[in-house]
Design a binder for this molecule. Structure first.
Ligand code: PXG
Ligand code: PLP
Length: 437
């Protein structure tokens, strides 16, 4: 049965339920670069689902690994017991993550990976005798998922304003978006490294002895794709090191090939103390998140613990065997098919195709990095997001999935995207732009 006849019971996430249910977009199948809609149309996946199906849809190897795992061991409790694949997966991640980042804590989503990272940062500071380091610093326009920790350090107003006072002791850096000097930058913008000095100002205000960690996305995704200005991340790293503040890179989007490397840290050549990831970890087949930490964090927690359990934190499904099986098969695919390298090769083609839309109706900025591009539209009067939403719907009618984050269209196709599909994506969106007021 492809057509559900009652859409009312489901409360859809981050979706205008009323409008959606009047005019639903239903997806019934997916293979490689395409979705199939319930009216049997092929839709080119310009977004890898939600930035997560990095190896493309319906991968046999992952299906087989998952099926076999369910038969062999469907579940085992993660507290006080182990199963082999979670150790194997942690080792495999340590191999491809930056040097020194050899310890992995598993969860089930990016939001949980972020919550785990923030809690680990606080517990680590306390364990090493810096119990006054409790402040967390995020950034305006940051997205770190939807847990209370993530929305507190996050910087997207609608994700915060409805939910009370959230965590206390949180402050924010300014965001790095400055179209007056950086519009239409190809790749990383030239201007804005000095915005990292906001952290110095916060240190002046609060004192470093009260600050546990800073969390940023190395490239901001959900807020409409903001590549970091050249030199910005290194400057943030230097200030964190100078003041003994942990730097957390939220790599839920940027890990697993999105920038042509295993991690954004690797791509930018800047190593944080903690990395969060999810999404591409399992090619989105089974939910999973991970928080990867530097050796000194894990070792200090173990050495200085004041109880036999060193970290009072964990999920029923931490390191779920089926998710581990999916992740191991996914990492095999990335390696065997050289998908991170392929992504690196496609990046300049995406850059060229995206920027060819300069001058198209409504377009006010174009940004790109790796296998990510964004086209920002002029909002229609006061109706912020309305034009972006209509272009997204029009593109769907024309056979393309794009994401509208407000009035910014975001492109993040599976890394297997071909040259012809890159052209198709931008030709289709151009035509959608021309058809929308
Ligand atoms: N951190 C970052 C940097 C993310 O991009 C999360 C955390 C949360 O992950 P989960 O798995 O809890 O959703 C994300 C998720 C969009 C969009 O429209 C992006 C995300 C999620 C949903 C929509 O760009 N990123
Ligand atoms: N709520 C209740 C009542 C629970 O018993 C549990 C876990 O045992 C949770 C929430 C947390 O669930 P999870 O471990 O899947 O995050």
């Amino acid at each position: 049965m492809n057509k559900p006849n009652n859409l009312e019971s489901l409360w859809m996430p981050f979706t205008p339920n009323k409008t959606f249910k009047k005019d639903p977009r239903i997806i019934v199948k997916a293979k490689d670069m395409h979705f199939t809609s319930d009216d049997n149309r092929q839709i080119l996946d310009g977004t890898a689902g939600l930035w997560c199906v990095n190896a493309g849809h319906g991968r046999k190897k992952i299906q087989e690994a998952v099926t076999q795992q369910i038969e062999e061991l469907d579940y085992s409790p993660p507290f006080q017991f182990g199963h082999p694949k979670q150790f194997e997966l942690a080792n495999r991640l340590a191999e491809i993550f930056p040097e020194g980042m050899n310890h992995v804590f598993f969860s089930n989503s990016g939001s949980e990976a972020v919550d785990s990272a923030l809690k680990i940062a606080l517990a680590y500071q306390r364990a090493r005798g810096h119990a006054t380091k409790t402040r967390l610093i995020g950034r305006e326009r940051g997205y770190h998922g939807v847990g209370f920790g993530g929305i507190s350090v996050g910087g997207m107003v609608k994700n915060r304003m409805y939910f009370g006072s959230m965590l206390s002791g949180v402050d924010h850096l300014r965001h790095t978006h400055n179209p007056s000097v950086n519009a239409y930058s190809h790749g990383q913008p030239e201007h804005g490294a000095e915005l990292a000095d906001d952290l110095e100002r916060l240190v002046q205000l609060h004192d470093a002895s009260t600050i546990a960690a800073v969390i940023v996305e190395p490239i901001a995704g959900s807020t409409g794709v903001l590549p970091p200005p050249k030199g910005y991340l290194q400057r943030l790293r230097d200030i964190c090191t100078k003041h003994d503040i942990l730097l957390i890179f939220d790599e839920v989007i940027s890990a697993f090939g999105r920038l042509g490397k295993a991690t954004g840290s690797d791509y930018f050549g800047v190593t944080p103390d903690i990395i969060t990831c999810a999404k591409g970890l399992t090619n989105a087949t089974i939910p999973m998140g991970a928080t990867v930490v530097q050796d000194y964090i894990y070792e200090s927690m173990l050495e200085n613990a004041d109880a036999p359990i060193e970290l009072f934190h964990g999920y029923t499904y931490s390191g779920h065997p089926v998710a581990c099986a999916a992740a191991l098969a996914t990492l095999d695919i990335y390696k065997e098919e050289g998908l991170f390298e392929h992504a690196g090769e496609q990046a300049p083609k995406i850059e060229k195709a995206a920027h060819s839309l300069k001058g198209t109706k409504h377009v006010i900025d174009i940004r790109n990095l790796g296998v990510i591009a964004a086209i920002e539209l002029e909002p229609r009067g006061n109706a912020v997001g309305a034009r972006g939403f209509e272009v997204m719907k029009k593109a769907w009618d024309l056979g393309l999935m794009v994401r509208a984050n407000g009035d910014t269209l975001a492109f993040s196709p599976p890394l297997i995207v071909s040259d012809a599909q890159i052209d198709e994506m931008f030709t289709t969106v151009k035509s959608a732009l021309e058809q929308v007021d």
